[in-house]
Structure formats: C-alpha cells, structure tokens
Design a protein around this ligand. Structure first.
Ligand code: 3PG
Length: 310
C-alpha cells in the first residue's frame, strides 16, 4: 500500500518523520513528492498511490483520473477548496480534511497581523493599541473562536457572525453576536475573516462592506484571497485613507495596492498561517492516522464527500 505525501510547500522535517512512522508501523510505504515544479509532477506521482496526503496542492480531476489505484485523499489542513470533490466522488475516492489541527497557528497569525498593522508595520510611526478596540470575526469556527479568545485576553471587545451558528452559540463561545454582516463590518475596528472559499463566498467581501468600516479600521484576511472583491477593496482604500488591509497571501492586485497605499497594506508572499512546526505535526500526523484508520477499520469520520457517495 503506497501513501503519497505531495506538498509543494513541504511540512517540517519532524512532521514528515512522524507521518513516515505512522505509515510504516501500519505496514505501508511512504512516497514523498516535495516542492514539485509543475502540476504534471503530481499527476505522474499519483499513478500508483493508494492514498494521498496534500496541503493546498491542487487535486484536480486530472490528478484523480491519473490516480487509478487511489482510495483516499486527505487534505492535511482545514480548507478544501483545492480538492475536486466531484471528481473524487465519481471515482469512488474518499476525500477528507483534518479540521482544527492547524487552527491555532492561523489564529496566532491573525492576532499578530492585527498588532503589526496597529503598530504601522513596526516602523517608528505612531501606532495605536488594540486593547479596548472592537474585533469582528466573520465565521466563528475553529480558527475564529481561537482568534476571539486570544483577542479577548488582550482586552478587545469581540463580536462575531456565523451563518451556521445561533446567537446563543456565538455568545457561548465568548463573543457578542452581530445581527448581520453589515452590522459586524460597520461596528468593528478590526474585522478578521475566517470563511472558506466556496462559490457563495468568492468575491463576497467588497466595496460596500469594506467602506462601511469605522474610521481607522483594518481588515485582516487569513482565510482565502479569493473571498475578496479586489476592485472593491482598492476602491474602498482609495476613498478612505484611514483604512488598512492585511492578508496571508497577496491579492492579485497587490503591487498596485502597495504602490498606492504603502504601509496601509501588507501581504505575505506565500500562505504561511499554518506554517508552524506544531501545526505541521498536528495536521500531518492526523492525516496519516486518518488514512491508516480508513484502511484498517473503514473509519470515514471527516469525509467531505459523504452525502454524495451514499
Ligand atoms: C488550511 O486551509 O488548512 C490553511 O489555509 C493551511 O493551508 P496550507 O497547508 O497550504 O498551509
């Protein structure tokens, strides 16, 4: 049984060693494809794989077509917009993620980004403090809840909204429930985005929401760049010289934004929210364990294409 670990952005060595140990103790073989240059490399490597572990690597229908022996693919991480679930379902491939395993790393980055922008990207310019300010959290899942707890510990007022949670559930998680997305944006000094990229959310945060933010507000995006309507963001930043935007992974128009808005914008060159040794180990080992548990015991907990395959 061959398990392929294919990561364009490799895991820390300790995570790879842990994955290898789990796979080999189960009597399986681990194959590694790291820092591959082209999608064709992944297509070629999956040909004899029974299981596949990836990060944000694109598991397209072409990959699934080529993976003739594949029975399971695990996205070691939370967001699964990189998996073609329909192709998996069509070929009888079980698709899973490892929810929660890298959440703390992303939450810490969101808080760090908030302070980085409040302190004018660590330049000597006079900054501001986050204590006493309001943080609005868009989607109160694993990452959003952790961001809320950390922000509250730093003295912030925390509000949140989540289409899948009631006001009571949000309040039980330690945040004030916003009455609408408009309410969240228009009353928060900082808004931190934690929604997945889906057909419904792509391009959903644009001019109207961003320009409704209070004076001096900052938008923090450690979710997916695709959820932002970039033209709307640019227009809002243009009209409102007090607004700021910070993101884990640059928007496509980042060069323009930087030229126009300087220290009011910042983006990481490569998505690094989950790039900690701890998150790599948590997510990587969880993925390996889920695969072994699937093959040995038929455990399909965390299956993403469950309903479609029934
Ligand atoms: C996730 O969805 O889990 C994060 O965005 C991390 O993605 P990565 O594994 O590519 O860093």
């Amino acid at each position: 049984m061959k398990i392929l670990l294919a990561t364009q952005k490799p895991f820390a060595a300790a995570a790879v060693a842990g994955i290898r140990q789990i796979v080999e103790e189960a009597g399986y073989e681990l194959a590694l494809l790291e820092k591959y240059a082209a999608q064709e490399d992944l297509v070629a490597a999956v040909a004899d794989a029974d299981a596949l572990i990836v990060r944000s690597d694109k598991v397209t229908s072409e990959v699934i077509d080529a993976a003739v022996k594949l029975r399971i693919v695990v996205r070691a991480g939370a967001g699964f917009d990189n998996l073609d679930l329909d192709a998996c379902t069509k070929h009888g491939v079980v698709a899973m993620n490892t929810p929660g395993q890298n959440s703390n790393a992303v939450a810490e980055l969101a808080v760090a980004m908030m302070i980085f922008m409040a302190r004018t990207q660590f330049t000597p310019a006079t900054g501001s403090e986050i204590q006493g300010k309001t943080l609005g959290i868009q989607a109160f899942g694993n990452v959003g809840r952790l961001v809320g707890r950390k922000a509250a510990a730093l003295g912030m007022k925390v509000k949140a909204i989540d289409p899948f949670l009631t006001a009571e559930q949000i309040e039980a998680g330690g945040a004030v429930s916003a009455s609408s997305l408009e309410d969240l944006y228009s009353t928060s000094d900082y808004v931190s985005i934690h929604i997945p990229a889906t057909p419904e959310t792509v391009g959903s945060i644009g001019y109207n929401l961003i320009s409704s933010m209070p004076k001096g507000a900052t938008l923090i995006n450690t979710a997916r760049k695709e959820v932002i309507d970039e033209a709307g963001l640019e227009k809002a930043l243009e009209e409102r010289p007090d607004l700021k935007y910070v993101a884990d992974v640059a928007p496509d128009n980042f060069v323009t934004l930087q030229e126009k808005f300087g220290l009011r914008v910042f983006a990481t060159p490569k998505k690094m929210g989950a790039q900690t040794a701890e998150a790599n180990v948590n997510a990587g080992l969880a993925a390996a364990r889920q695969i072994v548990d699937f093959f040995k015991n038929g455990n399909t907990r965390f299956q993403l294409n469950l309903r479609k395959m029934q």
